[in-house]
Design a protein. Structure first.
Length: 224
């Protein structure tokens, strides 16, 4: 069995105002600023408003995701941020890895940001680097795989990894992503966490829904 999971990054929006106020014309920041459409980078406040709007609408677009990666890097570098995970996530991923499961990440956040997240996971005695849980080259985003709402993206990932479609499980909190993975003939689970978008009763009736990774029973005998 092979497993693809998705992740979310809540820090970037909180960090943006300070970065805009202190780094607007800095050489490190301007490439990220200038990737935005011209009408949205006339001032820090204009860019801030556009980012907030995109985030509220959950728009997946490269220039936003690249900016988020920059903001996360700054937060990790300064020690202002480390990655919080639900309690079940790290132990379950480690168990699956120990059992021989192959793990990969597919997120709307950039590969750069994904690796930062797993490099700085909050632990009981400090931060922990969990990047080695992922299979080699097992990091995917909209740039190297395509949109998460399109079935072809999942087929592309499985082919790139050399996995078997029917033996690959995709975990998500997004109904459209779930449907795209199923259309690509992967197995899929919707992980319903506190704070997620509400899932209709009709969708719940047709999907497999869990509330914790501990509720997922994988068969080591079917692993890759």
């Amino acid at each position: 069995m092979t497993v693809m999971v998705m992740n979310q990054f809540p820090y970037a929006l909180k960090a943006l105002p300070k970065v805009l106020a202190t780094q607007w014309d800095s050489p490190a920041f301007t490439p990220y600023r200038d990737a935005f459409p011209e009408e949205h980078r006339t001032s820090p406040s204009a860019l801030q408003a556009h980012v907030e709007n995109l985030t509220k609408r959950d728009v997946k677009i490269a220039y936003l995701k690249n900016l988020q990666g920059y903001l996360w890097h700054e937060g990790y570098r300064s020690g202002a941020y480390s990655t919080p995970l639900f309690q079940d996530v790290a132990p379950q991923l480690k168990q699956w890895k120990d059992e021989g499961m192959k793990l990969a990440i597919y997120s709307s956040g950039s590969v750069f940001a994904q690796q930062l997240l797993f490099q700085h996971v909050q632990g009981t005695t400090g931060t922990e680097d969990m990047r080695d849980l992922m299979t080699r080259d097992g990091w995917f985003d909209a740039t190297n795989a395509g949109l998460k709402t399109e079935a072809i993206s999942y087929k592309k990932i499985v082919a790139m990894l050399g996995w078997q479609v029917a033996e690959t499980l995709f975990l998500t909190d997004n109904v459209k992503e779930y449907d795209a993975a199923v259309e690509a003939e992967l197995q899929a689970l919707l992980v319903d966490r506190p704070g997620n978008a509400a899932v209709s009763e009709a969708d719940r009736a047709r999907m497999v829904v869990v509330e914790s990774l501990n509720d997922i029973a994988l068969k080591p005998g079917a692993k890759k």
